[in-house]
Design a protein around this ligand. Structure first.
Ligand code: MN
Length: 335
């Protein structure tokens, strides 16, 4: 079986330059001021990420060979273009997608990718989803909130509509919480991936569910990394308290239970998690069809991710589904 990893990051020189400009400006979002500051500061040793993020050519393929990765599904690293004003973001997303398509063409048996979009301009983002599909890309990457706004808002309808109509799954990837929410997360590094990333992205997913987005877009597919950002653990309680809240008028009634949308419209990936008990929980709650392997290179040790999945206490048929067949189906991979 081939190992296919579906949440693997890269950056373009254009987006990197844009980030540096934002960090130097006075109106930088407080979460990104910290996150971007630590990612881009070579003195903290994290400059090792930048070289790896910028390389989607020979260096990347050589590293994949080293760890035994057959295919990487690449996506523009978080928070991508979502910091910028609409025009700059739209232009940089298109540029990133062109560079990604060229990298894939150069290594067509090893790479696939997701289209970056700028939610700041929903109509342009919808057009970019279509252009991304025509470039041969296999889905859409959205790094959670855009200036504290979430995709359930009516203004983002064109994005959900295009993703659904073009059969392009949206990978809802974490970023630091937005200005309206980040306050208590700024201490102790909690804005980052210890806790803030999952809290933010889990909230985003729950807003989509509770807003009725999947009644408006029943074929829309969302992919969450990090074993579902905590939601699989809470599914029973979410349904239980939803039922109470409907009864007392605190929540509008949906046609279906929240967990039913989660089990039908969502997939999760193992990105960044190498815990057998967490994988077991996802298998029990969601079923093997709903889970895909991801490593989260270069932020995580992909060699360790491979060793975990190779040795996970599951059947070989399940391993094949997690490593290969689910990703082929969910992202319509041709690779
Ligand atoms: Mn990631």
């Amino acid at each position: 079986m081939r190992r296919i990893a579906v949440e693997e990051a890269f950056i373009t020189p254009g987006v990197l330059a844009g980030w540096k400009k934002v960090l130097a400006s006075s109106d930088v979002e407080p979460g990104f001021a910290k996150l971007g500051g630590s990612l881009l500061k070579p003195s903290k040793g994290t400059d090792i990420f930048l070289g790896k993020l910028l390389d989607i050519g020979a260096g990347r393929i050589a590293h994949m060979d080293e760890v035994g990765m057959a295919v990487e599904v690449l996506s523009l690293t978080s928070p991508g273009v979502q910091l910028f004003d609409a025009d700059l973001a739209t232009g940089l997303a298109a540029e990133a997608n062109d560079q990604l398509a060229a990298a894939i063409a150069a290594n067509a048996t090893r790479l696939a990718g997701l289209a970056a979009v700028a939610p700041q301009d929903p109509q342009a983002a919808a057009r970019e989803i279509e252009r991304g599909k025509n470039l041969g890309l296999n889905g859409v990457i959205i790094n959670s909130h855009t200036r504290s706004e979430y995709l359930d808002l009516p203004k983002f309808g064109p994005i959900l509509e295009a993703a659904e109509a073009l059969d392009m799954p949206i990978y809802l990837h974490p970023r630091e919480p937005g200005p309206s929410m980040v306050g208590p997360y700024l201490d102790y590094g909690l804005y980052f991936a210890t806790w803030g990333f999952s809290a933010e992205t889990g909230l985003h997913a729950m807003r989509l569910i509770m807003s009725g987005a999947f009644d408006r877009h029943p074929k829309l597919r969302i992919v969450l990394g990090h074993m579902g950002e905590g939601i699989p653990y809470y599914l029973q309680r979410i349904d239980n308290r939803y039922a109470l809240q409907v009864k007392i008028g605190a929540t509008a009634r949906l046609p279906r239970k929240p967990s039913e949308y989660f089990r039908e419209n969502f997939h999760v990936t193992t990105a960044g998690v190498t815990s057998m008990s967490t994988l077991r929980l996802c298998l029990d709650e969601l079923g093997v069809d709903r889970i895909m392997f991801a490593a989260d290179f270069p932020y995580e040790d992909d060699g360790e991710a491979v060793r975990f999945m190779d040795g996970a206490r599951i059947t070989d048929e399940e391993r094949r589904q997690l490593y290969e067949t689910n990703a082929m189906r969910v992202f319509n991979l041709k690779v």
